[in-house]
Design a protein around this ligand. Structure first.
Ligand SMILES: C[S@@+](CC[C@H](N)C(=O)[O-])C[C@H]1O[C@@H](n2cnc3c(N)ncnc32)[C@H](O)[C@@H]1O
Length: 272
């Protein structure tokens, strides 16, 4: 960040003394938009749970496969991506607009740093649109209002909730939020979710998350694959259902080997 960095940080409301989810995620993905406090916390979690870096990259790869399917096979041209994260390689609009340049994307995050970087770096193809909304998932109505500047909710929209639902601690509240958002979507819309669990690494993942909750913000709440499947109730879940994200329609190697499972479970479903 150029100029008087301390002033810029203060104006943005950034607290660089506390590690933050978006910046640690960026660090694990090999990005540069993170501070010393994030790298220390990220390294500590990676010591406790070495698979975390593979897991973060599997999440992004799943995001790419889901978007390619939604745009290429299902004809989706509108995305609402909540919990965008710091720009990295293969962001939602890049994957979507490579197939259909006219695709419209609304990115939503509640971290001011994410929005500053998103506005600068997530630039749309001329045929399409990228909009950036500072919004909190806990206020879905406000997100829907602001997203309506760019998206036509009378037409299908793909709602992407990747790596964000586990930042809402109350399980009943997070179900209500997702139900509210999905309720606003037209028939033929899609819901795509990726959510942390401990189904694969068990105690190691639980301890890493306990450590994260002691040093980082926002807190994380792990949920079981069954709890994650509940988000899709009432929707038509695409095959293979709710699975470890590395196993959602994976690109298999020439020997047909499946990638190892990771503790991020997700799925994609159509609103009937
Ligand atoms: C782990 S990153 C995931 C980024 C990206 N979606 C991905 O899967 O690679 C989580 C993102 O969710 C954002 N976030 C956390 N809680 C949020 C909330 N209540 N409302 C909106 N965004 C939130 C964080 O700022 C961060 O950018």
């Amino acid at each position: 960040m150029a100029g008087d960095e301390a002033v810029v940080r203060a104006e943005l409301g950034l607290d660089t003394t506390v590690s933050h989810s978006a910046r640690i995620w960026n660090y694990w993905l090999g990005g540069k938009d993170n501070y010393a406090v994030d790298r220390i916390a990220g390294d500590r979690v990676a010591q406790m749970l070495p698979i975390i870096v593979t897991q973060a990259r599997a999440d992004r790869a799943f995001l790419g496969r889901a978007i390619r399917h939604l745009v290429g096979e299902e004809g989706i041209r509108q995305f609402l991506d909540i919990g965008t994260g710091l720009p990295t390689a293969e962001n939602t609009h890049e994957v979507a607009q490579r197939i259909a340049p006219e695709t419209r994307i609304v990115y939503v995050d509640n971290d001011p740093l994410v929005l500053v970087h998103a506005r600068a770096l997530l630039t749309s193809a001329p045929e399409g649109v990228c909009d950036y909304v500072e919004g909190d998932l806990r206020d879905p109505d406000q997100i829907l209002d602001k997203a309506a500047r760019t998206l036509e909710f009378s037409k299908p929209v793909a709602l992407m909730l990747f790596g964000v639902l586990h930042h809402i601690p109350d399980t009943e509240e997070v179900y209500r939020i997702v139900d509210r958002l999905v309720g606003a979507l037209a028939p033929g819309s899609f819901l795509a979710i990726n959510h942390s669990t401990s189904a694969i690494s068990g105690q190691a993942m639980e301890e890493a998350v306990r450590h994260w909750n002691a040093v980082g913000t926002p807190s994380m709440t792990l949920r079981t694959p069954e709890q994650i499947a509940r988000f899709f109730e009432g929707l038509d879940l695409l095959s293979p259902g709710v699975v470890s994200c590395s196993r959602w329609r994976p690109d298999t190697g020439p020997d047909g080997d499946l990638p190892a499972e990771v503790d991020e479970f997700g799925g994609v479903a159509r609103k009937p």
